[in-house]
Design a protein around this ligand. Sequence first.
Ligand code: NDP
Length: 271
Amino acid sequence: MKEFSLEGRSALITGGGRGLGKAMGLVFAEAGCDVALVSRTSSEVKSAAKEIEAIGKRSIPLVADVTEKQQVDEAILEATEAFGKIDILVNNAGIGLGGAAVSEMPGGTDSVLGLNTQRILTPEIWDNLIRTNLTSAFYCCQAVGPQMMERKYGKIINILSSNAARAYPLTGPYNAAKAGLRMFTKVLALEWAPYNINVNAIGPGAIRTEMTKHRHDDPEIREKLLDIIPLRKFTTARHVGLLALYLASPASDWMTGQDIYFDGGETAMVD
Ligand code: NDP
């Protein structure tokens, strides 16, 4: 299956210390890739890097806040110097806090996503969600783009959410950021197609991670989540890694500008 091999490739994954980012890193390493992992928590990127090294590939843990352009530039420079190049960029770092736009919603304390109906969004919450979930991807793409253009090779994978395609109450800035990242994926795919750079996106549904475990571990919310998933079952972070492997590998060389929803059918009724 050489079309799925990442042998000789190197990747940088933001939010690679835990959850979906770490799972993608492990799958990439199993496919032969060296992987740089970026997050703000040193202990998590270090421990994830050790797990990748145990597979037999090189890994570098990088501590950076992806909402800070200078820190992004420095992290990408360090990874490029260590590996000689970055072939694959995964913009995965994200946060999921929500709130009501103007005033609290009636009807209890939790929506289907387990969000607080009493919390009102502030400009600070709005800015932080947009900067973390959207602006960071622009910073990373701008920093890694020139070397990919020069080599005429690159794979960029943006991690959206089913929320990029489907509205839920109390998720204004999160949904706006993910929908914005979806459209940025398409724009960049067109701008960078002449350089043989593929830009695609994955929109995961509800997957148990540090970000979402409070929902999955609450039997009532878990049931509500299953009610919006036609397949009525959950998947694992590793399976997001397997889909990301397709988008990172030569198997997807003819695919660009696409968003793939990996959500048990949650967004199937959305065109
Ligand atoms: P986790 O909370 O487990 O992981 C998020 C990662 O992002 C952590 O490594 C975190 O590290 C990093 N991160 C957050 N903010 C920053 C920052 N400012 N700078 C650098 N790193 C940052 O969440 P998931 O693995 O679940 O989420 C990964 C992505 O998948 C997110 O974009 C999320 O929106 C998306 N997603 C997840 C779904 C799910 O059900 N799990 C569903 C749909 C989408 P640290 O805090 O140490 O910096």
